[in-house]
Unconditional design. Structure first.
Lengths: 404, 604
């Protein structure tokens, strides 16, 4: 029944926090049936049906009767069509807020069902769970896109159907130069947003900005550190902190060392988080000092809105960075609608809203503050996801370091 | 036409009213019954929901006391302080016995653990459960749990306080049967003698088993809903709607049941809805939702419990009643149709009688059954009508009597009461007709008083009138009832004799008339004798014509009178005389005298 392998222990904390900072974070909500929309369409179609049918019949009564019959038939057909026109979106918090979704639904006369994921593992299991095959579009980072493309789960995109890509910054239009987006000359994903995964620190408890990720392990902050509950990034940034040349390709020995290092990190933690709102709640409630910012600037924005005095740094050894892209699945039933969604996500309004509301950079405009010297490591495909995940579950559940 | 029309219309009207009334009553009864049943079901659902909520609270309290029992055992603190989970430790093993017994006695407990503050929240005693029963997890398999809220939050509590976790799905690795199960964790701090918290006791409860136990005595058609304070379904008849947050797609109670919104806004503690009155809020169901505090930690945590019962089941009784009501309505409708016809008839019957009475205004039979004795408007109408009828009738009677009086006056002589000339002529005509048809004869006797004029002159008109009346009386006295006597005018009378008697006794009658009139009359003390001359004409001998018969009789009378007083003469004899000798004139008057001599005796 529960295919996700993420830690959810703190699930309630997230929602508690959502209530506290109502309107700030992305409300994680499922979308109810949009009956109004359907009714509107129904109303719109009836008069035209009447007009179209009436002249054929001489007797007004028979015309009316036939029209009524046609209306019944039409309404049945309409309802069937409206029900068919559903777009299943797999997205991250903040990517498909209800107002954004509503505008799309109104414009394309379709229903959108958003499923939110809070980790790459969750995304993968959604695509492989019992509901697999029902999703039409998904948002994933470049490494994951590469993985999905390899697994033959994505459909190539026709750029002609995505006119808004022309609004993107040149570096995001050079799709071939971004690893993982193209395969055999076909484009499988369109960049949407990106962020580094730096260190977030409480300026009061950490007066001097940390220079290394290793600060997370500092016993000074024991019980005041927050970490993201996800296998890949934890292994990657720990490898980066340990100075390994390729944090995405670890050998056995390195893997073991990293695992033990992660157990050590766990012992220094308050807890793990999965959602940005949840992280914010813990950070404030338990007066955390340091946090691995998986959502990067999105989290910083949230924390500042919640009143926290936080700083954000890219450590000297470099920070991982993700570039989330929109893709269409091979299983997408209504491809024009799926493409319309991706194109819609690149509307200036929608992309600007992402930046304004979530603090995440968009691909249409340069971010306001850029630190050109920052050492950014774009995440890439890892050597063995299964192994990382298997290890991670044990680490996260509390296995002692002797067991690795 | 009137009766049928009005009766029919009235019947239809009354029947319609009757059917409508019984139908409306039936519908109202049915509707009221449904409403009552639904309200009743709502109340009982609410009670059940509250009870279920209480049971959950009690159940959590029970678990909390178990946790407290374990946490307050002195060896718990001792073990938490000193043990590292590895190697033999007699106090730990003794304590583990106690832990295992709690696991054994509570099938809903998925895990019972003693977790130390030391060693990063290392589990020291841990019992899991799998399909075969209890699993003791020990040694290397024990895990460090310090990073979980149920540990670090509980460790921050004062001894004796209870930590209640949110209800979530357990995703911890290596937890045997607990993995993937909806779980509620109850924790409490373990404190040493100084009151320092050195560890925690955590009991994981299987939500499914707990609820199944708690709702075991609920009727099978009840459906249970449970949501956390944000509305996420934790229990739902459709399992795919539970723990939506765990799968990235939340399913909220306030979206599925908008009626529960006030519960989450905390403006109401309980809500009821039913598909009968608010079909959009509770389609086909009767619903009761109750908000309950959850956990004793600070903040405002709660759960919302809901019970649903299919409306169909609630209304099963009403449907049964409904069919009965329909039957009853049909019966009463039939009865009302019958009654309508009867009462319409009852109302229209007197009208019909009145109408008939009006139609046959003077037929006595139509008058008898009039409902005169009724005291209602119909009675008044009947009496008025009857009065009217009598009035008309009286006036008509008066008119008729006047009319017949006039007719009598027109055909009779006022003085003598005898038919006048006009009536006589009519009678004569019809007698002639009859006689012609039957081949019979008839005779007309023209009687002229001989000495009336001198009497009149001598005694005056009043005596003359009395004489005439007396003469009329005498004439009637000597005639049969079938004979007709009329006064032609003045002192002239005429007699018609029909049938066989005309041939047989005409002369005899003439003689008797002579005698009767020769008798002395005493009027006002004056004796007088009027005497009469009579001329007789006969049919068919003398004429076939009434006028001629009269003229002939007149002529014969005249001849008789001129021949001498007091004689009668037949017209045929007159003709004979005129044809023969004048000597023959003698015998006839002589006969008359004889007859006249006998008259006084007869007249007496």
């Amino acid at each position: 029944m529960h295919t996700m392998s993420t830690a959810d222990e703190t699930g309630s904390g997230i929602r508690l926090f959502q209530r506290q900072v109502a309107g700030v974070g992305a409300p994680v909500r499922a979308f109810s049936m949009r009956g109004d929309l359907f009714r509107g369409f129904f109303r719109a179609i009836i008069p035209s049906a009447l007009i179209a049918v009436s002249p054929v019949f001489r007797s007004p009564i028979s015309a009316l009767l036939i029209a009524a019959l046609c209306c019944i038939g039409l309404s049945a057909a309409t309802s069937a069509r409206a029900a068919d026109k559903v777009l299943h979106v797999l997205a991250w918090p903040g990517y498909a807020d209800p107002d954004v979704v509503k505008a799309f639904e109104a414009r394309y006369n379709a229903k959108v069902e958003v499923t939110l994921v809070d980790s790459d593992e969750a995304l993968w299991s959604q695509m492989h769970g019992k509901d697999a095959g029902q999703f039409d579009v998904l948002a994933a980072n470049t490494a994951e896109i590469h993985r999905y493309t390899q697994a033959n789960l994505l459909a190539p995109l026709d750029l002609a159907s995505l006119p808004n890509t022309r609004r993107q910054l040149p570096r995001f239009r050079a799709l071939g130069s971004i690893e993982g987006l193209t395969s055999a000359g076909k484009v499988y994903a369109i960049p949407f947003t990106y962020s580094s995964m730096g260190l977030i620190y409480d300026r009061k408890q950490v007066p001097v900005a940390p220079h290394s990720m290793l600060e997370l392990w500092n016993p000074r902050y024991r019980g005041k550190v927050l970490d993201f509950n996800s296998a890949q990034h934890n292994f990657s940034f720990t490898a980066l902190a340990l100075g390994y040349p390729d944090p995405f390709q670890l050998d056995r020995k390195q893997m073991r060392t990293v695992a033990r290092k992660l157990v050590e990190l766990r012992r220094n933690l308050l807890t793990y988080y999965t959602l940005p709102e949840e992280a914010t709640a813990y950070f404030i409630e338990h007066k955390a000092a340091l946090m691995f910012g998986n959502y990067g600037t999105q989290q910083v924005e949230l924390l500042r809105r919640a009143g926290a005095d936080v700083g954000y740094v890219i450590p000297d050894e470099g920070a991982l960075a993700w570039l989330d892209c929109w893709s269409m699945t091979r299983a997408a039933s209504d491809r024009p609608l799926a493409l319309a969604w991706i194109n819609y996500m690149l509307e200036p309004d929608v992309s600007a809203l992402l930046t304004r509301r979530q603090g995440l950079a968009n691909t249409l405009s340069e971010p306001a503050e850029t630190s050109p010297n920052a050492h950014i490591v774009w995440i890439g495909p890892v050597e063995n996801i299964q192994q990382r995940e298997a290890l991670w579950t044990r680490i996260e559940s509390g296995d002692r370091s002797e067991r690795f | 036409m009137l009766r049928r029309g009005l009766t029919f219309k009235l019947s239809v009207l009354l029947a319609c009213i009757g059917v409508l009334a019984s139908g409306a009553t039936g519908y109202y009864a049915y509707h009221a019954n449904r409403t009552m049943l639904v309200n009743e079901a709502e109340r009982s659902l609410l009670t059940s929901t509250e009870l279920l909520g209480q049971r959950i609270a009690f159940s959590i309290d029970d678990t909390a006391s178990d946790a407290l029992v374990l946490a307050t055992m002195p060896s718990s603190a001792n073990v938490a302080e000193t043990d590292d989970g590895v190697g033999a430790n007699a106090p730990r093993e003794r304590l583990a016995q106690v832990y295992s017994s709690f696991m054994l006695h509570h099938p809903e407990y998925l895990q019972v653990r003693l977790i130390a503050r030391r060693h990063h929240g290392l589990e020291l005693i841990r019992f899991d459960r799998d399909s075969d029963g209890l699993v003791r997890v020990d040694g290397e398999d024990l895990q460090e749990k310090g990073q979980f809220p149920y540990v670090f939050e509980t460790l921050a509590f004062a001894p004796g306080r209870i930590y209640t976790s949110p209800i979530v799905v357990n995703h911890e690795y290596g937890t045997h049967a607990a993995q993937g199960k909806p779980t509620l964790r109850i924790g409490t701090p373990v404190a040493d003698a100084n009151g320092t918290v050195v560890g925690v006791v955590v009991i994981d409860i299987d939500l499914a088993i707990m609820l199944r136990r708690l709702q075991s005595d609920l009727p099978s058609d009840y459906q249970v809903y449970l949501a956390n304070e944000w509305g996420d379904f934790l229990v739902h008849p459709d399992p795919s709607k539970t723990f939506g947050f765990d799968r990235g797609r939340r399913v909220l109670m306030q979206d599925s049941f908008p009626v529960t919104k006030p519960l989450f806004a905390q403006t109401q503690g309980e809500v009821l809805a039913n598909g009968l009155m608010r079909p959009r809020q509770a389609a086909g169901q009767v619903l009761a939702f109750v908000r309950r505090r959850f956990g004793d930690s600070e903040g405002n945590r709660f759960i919302v419990l809901g019970l649903a019962k299919p409306l169909e089941d609630v209304l099963a009784g009403a449907n049964q009643l409904g069919t009965r009501i329909i039957r009853m309505v049909l019966v009463f409708s039939a009865l009302s149709v019958l009654l309508a016809i009867l009462s319409a008839r009852a109302v229209t019957k007197p009208l019909h009688l009145l109408a008939q009475a009006a139609t046959h205004l003077f037929a006595e039979h139509a008058m008898n059954p009039l409902p005169l004795k009724r005291t209602d408007e119909i009675g008044v109408l009947a009496r008025c009508f009857d009065h009217l009828r009598r009035e008309i009738r009286a006036q008509m009677d008066a008119l008729h009597s006047k009319q017949s009086e006039l007719a009598h006056l027109a055909t009779h002589d006022v003085l003598t009461g005898l038919p006048n000339r006009m009536l006589f002529m009519q009678k004569l005509e019809s007698a002639l007709e009859a006689a012609k048809q039957q081949g019979a004869g008839l005779a007309v006797l023209f009687v002229d008083l001989d000495r009336f004029k001198p009497i009149n002159d001598q005694f005056g008109h009043s005596v003359g009138d009395k004489v005439l009346a007396a003469v009329a009386g005498r004439l009637k006295g000597v005639l049969c009832a079938d004979d007709v006597v009329a006064r032609l005018g003045g002192d002239e009378f005429i007699v018609l004799i029909e049938g066989q008697r005309a041939a047989d006794v005409t002369t005899e009658i003439a003689a008797r008339i002579m005698d009767a009139l020769n008798e002395t009359l005493v009027i006002d003390g004056h004796g007088m004798t009027v005497g009469a001359s009579i001329g007789i004409s006969e049919f068919p001998h003398d004429s076939g014509n009434a006028e001629e018969l009269l003229l002939n009789a007149d002529a014969a009378m005249y001849a008789a009178k001129s021949g001498g007083r007091c004689a009668y003469l037949r017209y045929r004899d007159l003709l004979d005389e005129q044809a023969g000798t004048a000597a023959k004139n003698g015998p006839a008057p002589a006969r008359t005298d004889e007859n006249a001599a006998e008259d006084p005796a007869e007249a007496q």
